[in-house]
Design a protein around this ligand. Sequence first.
Ligand code: ASP
Length: 453
Amino acid sequence: MKVVKFGGSSLASGGQINKVFEIVTSDSERKVVVVSAPGKRYPDDAKVTDLLIECGQASLLEQDYQELAEKVLQRYSTIAEELRLPLAIMDEIRADLLSRLESDKSKPDRFMDRIKASGEDNNAKLVAAYFRKMGVEAYYVDPKKAGLLVSDEPGNAQALPEAYEQLQVLRSYPGISIFPGFFGYSKEGDVYTFSRSGSDITGSILANALKAELYENFTDVDAVYSVNPFIVEKPKEIKELTYREMRELSYAGFSVLHDEALVPAFRAGIPVQVKNTNNPSAPGTRIVAVRDNTNGPVIGIASDDGFCSIYVSKYLMNREIGFGRKLLGILEDFGLSYEHTPSGIDDISVILRESQLDETIEAQIKERIMKELHADEVKFEHSLALIMVVGEGMRRNVGTMSRASKALSNAHVNIEMINQGSSEVSMMFGVKQVDEKRAVQALYDEFFAPVTV
Ligand code: ASP
């Protein structure tokens, strides 16, 4: 059997849900369907999850949330009308959302998770109702009853090991199971969501638990592209890549799949196929454990901006035991998570997302590093972009780094830092944010553009 997941844009309207119905029923192996909340119908549209967040926050602040709740309900009722569903489904959805909004607010994070999760929960009920109306045996599955147990970390839950065992119960369910993505339940029975875009994770967990033959992830692009199509025009599509490559690329900015979504599928060796709901006959991209390396050293180039580096230098740092630990300990005290730590003999840089910092925190961090670690220099550098050049073939091909750095230098991009070696499948370049697009284009041209003689 196959586990199939549909993203928000694939479920944003009645027309889209009908496409989902056609796709699912065209293959009898598609037994478990994971759904997101309704997403955007057009670029300026709002995602239901974003509306729910606004609504939940208004409620927490004791502001009037009715209008926002109506906006959410309007999205569902438009879909229900488009699909000509009986009115009862809207009564059920309305009652569910309103009771969540009136529920206990003493733990705001948990309250917010309860509100956010309603996006997928109610959408799954609606999709199941449509399948049944179309004469197909399909049922909404309550993740609590099915045993999707997660850790009690609001907005950042992780599946518990027991969940995989319990979820096998789905095998005995009749017909097609419509499973809401994005959340599970703690052992105490409370709702906790995964991080944003986490329905991908639900699909992967179910694929693992059910030992599915394939995890199909339907989205709104024909394939995973080798580079962001908003930076490079018509980039090459990737037909096949490994879990490791995909994880590196999604971590570094590819938004097609959640970067945590691959681990459960990978552990069970289940291939993942990314496909387009709006063009299901396109082959899409396959993610597997090993692939024939036929494409040269690089499979994709990802980039993301909004990073900052904290550069620390101290003479004889190399001899000082515990320096790195103490430095990271200071950041931990501020609750900061870091991404990379390239280092030299007497210096180390810690790269983190700058959205976590402000002037006050920076001044405090600087003071503590100077005082407690007796550093010679502490410098913050802002507005950096990280570019990740990814490919399994990199290790076996000589000169990939020199090709990359030459391409950057030809494009007059100054490399602020390089991190290579810790990952077997990627090289990282830190550049100034203003140079990001030029740098990505130059790297793409170097590794993907057809050679003209
Ligand atoms: N609806 C959730 C979000 O927007 C989860 C998802 O779509 O995967 O983050």
